[in-house]
Design a protein around this ligand. Sequence first.
Ligand code: UT7
Length: 334
Amino acid sequence: MRSAVIAGAGVHLPPKLVTNEDLCARLDTSDEWIRSRTGMSVRHVVEPGGATSDLAVEAGRRALESAGGGADLVVLATTTPDHQVPPTAPDITHRLGLGTIPSFDLSAACAGFLYGLSTVAALIATGTADRVLLIGADAFTTMVDPDDRGTVVLFGDAAGALLLRAGEADEPGALGKVVLGSDGSLAGLIQVPAGGSRSRSAGPVTKLADPAEAYFKMNGRETFRHAVQRMSQASRAAVAAAGWSLDDVDRLCAHQANARILSAVADELGLFEDRQLSNIAEVGNTAAASLPTLLAMSAADGTLKPGHRVLLTAFGGGLSWGAATLTWPDVEVG
Ligand code: UT7
């Protein structure tokens, strides 16, 4: 059976920065609280008028260059599409000069990139596609309440992309089985209450009883608990599916939601510091962009090397989660 093999990678962070000090200047928070409770120092944010597609086009262009060009399908994992209609992927495809190839958006919150990998692997295995540009991009800061200290400190904007081609399971860059899960009984833990069909059917969005309902809400403490449990379980399942043991894992690439969550998952799995990839201090939680951004930045700075066996895991709204394995190939990151 054909496997999905990484042929290129790219990343883009918007240049505008928001530091902890910037947040402290206008909110009741402190650098000490943010660093100690989240591990974050700086986030990159889109300029006013900027959108997810702007980030995705740049990361996608870099991944295509890294892979030597060419794709016959584009998949965008995002929580923050430019518009509710149309989907954002066709616009990205057009702006990348890829013509009229198929493209679609995929929504699984912070686990979106893993759901994307699983989808791409299946489309490649069945011969539906040969070279797929998978982009994880989010302008998540556009969705958080600028006055809510509980959420605004957590998020940044970014895009990361991989070009996946058809290949063999034993090649460097080959993706292993992707393990996925979801639990809609806990949908209320992470939510933007207004803006979808549920609130639109109740009346015009301009007449929302509480405009704050259009912003992101999260029960942080409960989410934390489920994140650790689900990422740990999925990681064990993905490692077993690959025929690896946890000792075989060279690098843990986990969704950068909170440094304390990362430590708890790593401790649970026995993957101690030298095996953890992290960019949370510099980018914060970038939602669907988190995993590809971390892979590309780590490969660029040399903490992720060709031949490393990587365990990926993510968790987010839905609830939805997953894990996967891959061997990092010898690619020049764009
Ligand atoms: O990407 C999707 C998945 N997301 C996650 O997995 C995130 C999971 N959750 C978390 O990362 C953490 O729960 C948070 C970072 C969101 C919050 O950390 P926490 O240690 O769970 O804090 P908390 O929500 O229990 O709040 C503790 C205190 C509260 O004050 P009181 O009620 O104890 O007086 C909050 O009001 O910290 C307060 N607080 C803050 N204080 C200063 C909340 N945000 C801030 C802030 N600055 N920015």
